[in-house]
Design a protein around this ligand. Structure first.
Ligand code: FES
Length: 153
């Protein structure tokens, strides 16, 4: 199948890889770069487990073709902490006990970072609306919203 060379930055590191043109950003991250923090739930844009930031904007990595990402900047869950210092939203998820099994958590946190960066934190309802594409089968929604609220201040 046709393949292409794509060069992009992930968590501050530049990568140049040859990928099959049908490869999603999620498969590029997980299978080519070994970054398995972004999860594959539905692989169809319906669960949010694969959420990452592309040039600061929230994206479902499973729906994004890797070959279209020449030159972009991707942030995944592996890129949020600074050394031993967790990102404030990662800490807030711990403080608020905002997960059980943890499978959706990387996507929830990246979605929450997008929510805070774009200023959609005026009320719990606004946060809930923004986060509504991120499914949690353990039902931690109330605590997830609290963690985003805690971080937004
Ligand atoms: Fe991408 Fe479900 S795996 S939205």
């Amino acid at each position: 199948p046709p393949s292409s060379l794509v060069s992009l930055t992930v968590n501050g590191t530049r990568h140049t890889v040859t990928v099959d043109n049908r490869t999603s950003l999620l498969d590029l991250l997980r299978e080519h770069l070994g970054l398995t923090g972004s999860k594959k739930g539905c692989n169809a844009g319906a669960c949010g487990a694969c959420t990452v930031l592309v040039d600061g904007q929230r994206h479902n990595a499973c729906l994004t073709l890797a070959v279209r990402l020449e030159g972009v900047d991707v942030t995944t869950i592996e890129g949020l902490a600074e050394g031993a210092q967790l990102h404030p939203l990662q800490q807030a998820f711990i403080d608020q006990d905002a997960f059980q099994c943890g499978y959706c958590t990387p996507g929830q946190i990246l979605s929450g970072v997008g929510c805070i960066q774009e200023g959609h934190t005026g009320s719990p309802e606004e946060i809930r609306e923004w986060m509504s594409g991120n499914i949690c089968r353990c039902g931690c929604y109330v605590k997830i919203v609290r963690a985003v609220e805690q971080t937004a201040g």
